[in-house]
Ligand binder design. Structure first.
Ligand code: NAD
Length: 428
């Protein structure tokens, strides 16, 4: 596997041909603004000391302070964090929120740690990066295998270091510590708004639509739940241990109940707290991607749809809840099939949008109702989805390229406003 960052930049080249952006501005986006690598010594429960590697990358802050999650995963490396930070720059521009892009990660398998070890690691990471982040410079949030409780520890640690209560330094916090209502479900909800807009444009009848969801975590569960409630048939779901398939569709609230109680994905139907096993076929994550469904939702990790398997993907619409699930080589193969890819930088932007709302509320010290948050999220997603879709039709390009063009136009305008070579050389 080559560099994910280089692969991510390839999308820039394709979109740049259609965007209103200066060559200098593009060159700047090829280089992350700042990168920090840290070692985090952690005292383990058995008294031993383990040292973990961590990273924080600030890709660009032309449009505002950099924003991006923190990932805990054994496969985290600097190249992946650079790619994720680049996608954040583009994502914030796609939805028009005044942030640049950043990302962080720690090389760790959190499933092998006790809760106390995880707390020491999280506080240790903040001690190591405290000078690099801040509510006006770089604002972290949760990502894969990090959650609201971890964000709460991190906010508290940062506030201790700076001796100021600073909720706006991090988003995705628990509600009692300044979190926003609706943040926990925002990514899945935003993706669902994209499906709703497509439904209107394409005249879909939800009960005729079969859906497969890869990754049944925060993003995957919420989008599956909304689709199920709207009448879509969610016929397959999976997690890191594998997947289940049922042609008539699953009762998603039952699956979520059991997954969250037992941490296992089991085919069940629950009536209240009584859950009964339901007949379903087992399938692998690879098989899930190739199922005969209408909508495929990758909601796990990067590089799932590749040049190798893209020709076997049968879904006509792919909604990228995960970041980077489709490689740049797979993209033309999907386009040749006529599959529409609603790209990650749009489809999963609901999370960062409500993170922005959380930051605004923290700075105002004034908190919004759930209805206000959800209404504002819906407005953003509907407006930006349709802007990207219209650009796709107008320029006759793929939807991913259209999303990048939309983002580059906004980033380009901000760079232009500061002055480019053209401006400084033109003395008239
Ligand atoms: P999560 O940790 O809540 O869930 C991840 C899920 O993926 C888990 O169910 C896990 O078992 C499953 N998984 C892991 N490896 C897998 C594999 N090889 N095959 C199938 N399933 C696998 O994480 P999340 O927050 O839902 O994030 C999922 C994706 O969505 C990531 O790419 C993340 O960057 C992206 N995303 C999340 C948010 C957010 O707000 N949570 C926002 C934007 C993007």
């Amino acid at each position: 596997m080559g560099s994910i960052f280089d692969d991510a930049l390839r999308r820039l080249d394709v979109a740049a041909e259609h965007a209103d952006i200066d060559a200098e501005a593009l060159e700047r986006l090829r280089h992350p603004k700042a990168m920090l690598q840290v070692s985090i010594p952690v005292r383990m429960d058995d008294g031993s000391l383990q040292v973990f590697e961590g990273y924080r990358v600030r890709h660009d802050d032309t449009r505002g302070p950099a924003k991006g999650g923190i990932r805990y995963h054994p496969n985290v490396d600097l190249d992946e964090i650079k790619a994720l930070a680049f996608w954040m720059t583009c994502k914030c521009a796609v939805v028009g929120i005044p942030f640049g892009g950043a990302k962080g990660g720690v090389v760790v398998d959190p499933k092998k740690m006790s809760r106390l070890e995880l707390e020491r690691l999280s506080r240790g990471f903040i001690q190591a990066i405290a000078d690099f982040i801040g509510p006006d410079t770089d604002i972290p949030a949760p990502d894969v295998y990090t959650n609201a409780r971890i964000m709460g520890w991190m906010m508290e640690e940062y506030s201790k270091i700076t001796r100021r209560h600073t909720p706006a330094v991090i988003t995705g916090k628990p509600i009692p510590l300044g979190g926003s209502l609706g943040r926990d479900t925002a990514t899945g909800r935003g993706a669902y708004h994209c499906v709703q807009e497509l439904e209107k444009r394409r005249g879909w009848k939800p009960t005729n639509m079969r859906v497969a969801v890869q990754g049944f975590g925060n993003g995957g569960q919420v989008v599956a739940q909304h689709l199920h409630a709207a009448g879509y048939k969610v016929v397959a779901v999976s997690d890191s241990k594998g997947g289940i398939y049922k042609a008539e569709g699953f009762d998603i609230p039952s699956l979520i109940h059991v997954k969250n109680e037992t941490r296992n994905l089991e085919a069940v139907y629950c009536d209240g707290s009584l859950c009964e096993a339901v007949k379903a076929d087992q399938l692998t994550n690879e098989e899930l991607l190739e199922l005969d469904v209408d909508i495929l939702i990758p909601a796990a990790l990067e590089n799932q749809i590749t040049a190798e398997n893209a020709k076997r993907v049968r879904a006509s619409v792919i909604i990228e809840v995960a970041n980077g699930p489709t490689t740049s080589e797979a993209e033309p193969i999907l386009e040749e099939h006529g599959s529409l890819v609603v790209p990650d930088i749009l489809a999963n932007a609901g999370g960062v949008t409500v993170s922005y709302f959380e930051w605004v509320q923290n700075r105002q010290g004034l908190y919004w109702t759930l209805e206000e948050v959800q209404q504002r999220l819906k407005e953003v997603m509907q407006r930006e989805f349709n802007a990207v879709y219209n650009l796709m039709e107008e320029k006759q390009i793929g939807m991913r390229s259209a999303a990048y063009v939309h983002a580059l136009n906004r980033i380009g305008a901000a760079l232009e406003a500061r002055g480019t070579q053209r401006y400084f050389q033109d003395n008239t």
